[in-house]
Ligand binder design. Structure first.
Ligand code: SF4
Length: 302
C-alpha cells in the first residue's frame, strides 16, 4: 500500500442490506482484520469523511438519506458499493420498492462484489478507493493550478441552456439545506432565463470550453443588484466565485453600492461575501423556514 499524507476516513451506511455485508464491514474495522492499523478511521460524520462505504440496495425509504450523506461529504470523495446488493440490487433487485444499486442515485467509484462481501475484499476495495481519492485530489490540484487559464467573460443568450443546467446543479446543496426543492433557481425555465438576458448582465467562467461558473446583475438607481453566483460543485473553493464577483463589480464600476441576498442558513456563502467586503444590512422572511439575508458593499472608488 502506498504512503498517503492524510489518513482516509470512511463512513458506512447500511442502505437496505440483509445485515450480512454490514457485519463484514464491522469485522474489517475491529481487531483480527483491523483496517485502522492502515491509518483508516471510521467516522460517523459525513463532513469528516473521504470514502463512503454503502451496503445494500437503494429503495424509496433510504434514497434521501443516501443522497443527504453523499452531499454533505467534502470533495474529493469516493463511493464504494460493498456487496452485490449495493452493486446492482442483488437478490432484491426486482422487489417492488427497490430501485437498484447505489449507482442509480449517486456515482460509484469502486464496486466490491460478494454475498456477503468478505473483509479481505472490503479492505482491498478501500485500498482501491484510496487510489481513486488520490487521483481526484491531484485533479483538483491541477485544476487549481490551471485557474490562471480561467476566462471570465460576458455570457450571451446562446449560453442560456448551459447556465441553467449549471444553476440547477449548483442549487442542489441549497435545496438540501432547506429541504425545499421548489426554490426558484431550481424551477426556472430556459425561456424565463432567456428573458433575464434582456435586462441583466451575465458573466460566465469558462474552463476547458465548459461553463463552470456564472453570475448576473443589473443596475438600478445608482445601485448594482447581484444575483445567483453559481459555481460547479466540482470547481468550488478554487477562487472562481471571487473572480466572478470581481468581474461583475468591475463591469458595474460606476455603481455607488452593490447588493446581494442569500438564504440565512448559507453560513459559508455569507462568510465568503463578508471576506469580499460585504456587510449585512437587513433580513427578510420569505417563508416560515427561510429568511433572506441582504448584504451590501459601498463602492469606495466611485
Ligand atoms: S450482498 Fe448478500 S449479504 Fe450483502 S446485503 Fe446483499 S444479500 Fe445480504
Amino acid at each position: 500500500m502506498p504512503y498517503f499524507k492524510k489518513s482516509p476516513w470512511v463512513i458506512h451506511y447500511d442502505a437496505s442490506s440483509c445485515n450480512g455485508c454490514d457485519i463484514e464491514v464491522l469485522a474489517s474495522l475491529t481487531p483480527v482484520y483491523d483496517v485502522e492499523r492502515l491509518g483508516i478511521v471510521n467516522t460517523g460524520n459525513p463532513k469528516h469523511a473521504d470514502i463512503f462505504l454503502v451496503t445494500g440496495s437503494v429503495n424509496e425509504q433510504n434514497k434521501d438519506v443516501l443522497q443527504n450523506i453523499y452531499s454533505q461529504m467534502p470533495d474529493p470523495k469516493v463511493v464504494v458499493a460493498l456487496g452485490i446488493c449495493a452493486a446492482s440490487g442483488g437478490i432484491f433487485r426486482e422487489c417492488y420498492n427497490v430501485s437498484g444499486g447505489v449507482d442509480k442515485l449517486i456515482p460509484v467509484d469502486v464496486y466490491v462484489p460478494g454475498c456477503a462481501v468478505r473483509p479481505e475484499a472490503i479492505i482491498d476495495g478501500i485500498v482501491q478507493a484510496i487510489g481513486v481519492l488520490e487521483a481526484k485530489r491531484a485533479k483538483l490540484k491541477s485544476m487549481a493550478a490551471g485557474l490562471e487559464a480561467l476566462e471570465v467573460s460576458p455570457a450571451f443568450f446562446t449560453d442560456a441552456e448551459e447556465v441553467l443546467a449549471l444553476q440547477k446543479l449548483a442549487y442542489q446543496s441549497e435545496a438540501e439545506l432547506y429541504n425545499d426543492f421548489t426554490l426558484s433557481p431550481l424551477c426556472q425555465t430556459v425561456e424565463e432565463l432567456k428573458q433575464d438576458f434582456s435586462h441583466k448582465v451575465f458573466l460566465k467562467a469558462v474552463m476547458d470550453n465548459k461553463i463552470v461558473g456564472s453570475v448576473r446583475a443589473y443596475a438600478d438607481g445608482g445601485g448594482c443588484f447581484i444575483g445567483r453566483l453559481i459555481v460547479h460543485p466540482l470547481y468550488q473553493n478554487l477562487g472562481i466565485g471571487k473572480k466572478l464577483m470581481q468581474g461583475i463589480e468591475a463591469h458595474f464600476k460606476d455603481a455607488k453600492r452593490y447588493e446581494i441576498f442569500i438564504g440565512h442558513k448559507s453560513k459559508r456563502t455569507i462568510f465568503f461575501y463578508t471576506k469580499l467586503g460585504y456587510k449585512k444590512f437587513k433580513t427578510e422572511k420569505v417563508t416560515e423556514k427561510r429568511e433572506r439575508v441582504y448584504l451590501e458593499k459601498f463602492n469606495l472608488e466611485d
